[in-house]
Design a protein around this ligand. Structure first.
Ligand SMILES: Nc1ncnc2c1ncn2[C@@H]1O[C@H](COP(=O)(O)OP(=O)(O)OP(=O)(O)O)[C@@H](O)[C@H]1O
Ligand SMILES: [Mg+2]
Length: 242
């Protein structure tokens, strides 16, 4: 579904990604791990069009999407959540999801009131239920707990009806219980989606992912099933022991 070929990006003298070749199959849960500054978020930024690579190609279902703007890539079916929460705090939980759903189904239409779009509200409510926030629909997003806000962010991404969902540290700052719930949530939504997830907790990654790609200084250090990654001596050296 997603393939990068020789993906490279430089920021001045810093090569943040260097000749990255990664292939992700449809329906897979792929984890990306690696030390701080390894290039994980930069990889997401390239795939979602936030950053334009210096060289190399990104193919989605065989189509070259390299350098396309984020809105086009989103329309091609790629959604993401950010490492830092990216919700509208002064809108309700439902509105946050509804706006994302509407941008996909009807585009922006300032002249029709949103309550006309019954299908959008139904969609938004279904999404809220799927991320465990049905009971918080009318709550201001700013009143949600940190964990609920992170799950809302997954809901906002889901509302755009993606084929590929990129989650950048979705459990960052969560309690152990919230982390557990979010991982259950990711596993549940993965049934209909391909998921790319950056996650620091090794235990969680090993349980969740079909395959793991290890980044190190902007390069792919290893790529394989969890058991293989866990026993890879180079991975243990640079990552698991730190
Ligand atoms: N827009 C940018 N301009 C300049 N340098 C950048 C930019 N984005 C990232 N970098 C640098 O590229 C490198 C990779 O950063 P990136 O955020 O991708 O790492 P990461 O693997 O996501 O790390 P973390 O685990 O801390 O989130 C870092 O050295 C970072 O400082
Ligand atoms: Mg990052």
């Amino acid at each position: 579904m997603l393939r990068t070929e020789g993906l490279t990006i430089r920021f001045g003298g810093l090569t943040a990604l260097n000749n990255v070749n990664v292939g992700i199959g449809r329906g897979e849960i792929r984890a990306i791990i690696g030390p701080n500054g390894a290039g994980k978020s930069t990889f997401f930024n390239c795939v979602t069009g936030v950053l334009r690579p210096t060289s190399g190609r990104i193919l989605l279902n065989g189509n070259d999407i390299t350098g396309q703007p984020p809105n086009l890539i989103s329309r091609s079916g790629v959604a993401r959540s950010y490492q830092i929460t990216n919700i509208l705090p002064n809108a309700t939980t439902l509105e946050n999801v509804r706006i994302a759903a509407q941008s996909r189904r009807h585009g922006w239409n300032m002249f029709r009131h949103y309550t006309e779009f019954r299908d959008i509200i139904d969609k938004a409510q279904a999404v809220l239920a799927s991320v465990g926030l049905a009971g918080k629909a009318d709550e201001l997003a700013s009143n949600l707990s940190h964990g609920e806000q992170r799950n809302l962010e997954i809901g906002i991404a889901l509302a755009t009806e993606p084929q590929l969902l990129c989650l950048d540290e979705p459990t960052a700052g969560m309690s152990a219980a919230e982390t557990h719930d979010t991982m259950q949530l990711v596993r549940k939504i993965s049934k209909d989606l391909t998921i790319l997830i950056v996650e620091h907790d090794m235990q969680l990654v090993m349980e969740l992912a079909d395959r793991i790609t290890v980044f190190h200084y902007g390069e792919v250090l290893a790529d394989g099933p969890p058991a293989e990654i866990q026993s890879n001596p180079r991975v243990q050296e640079v990552y698991l022991k730190t």
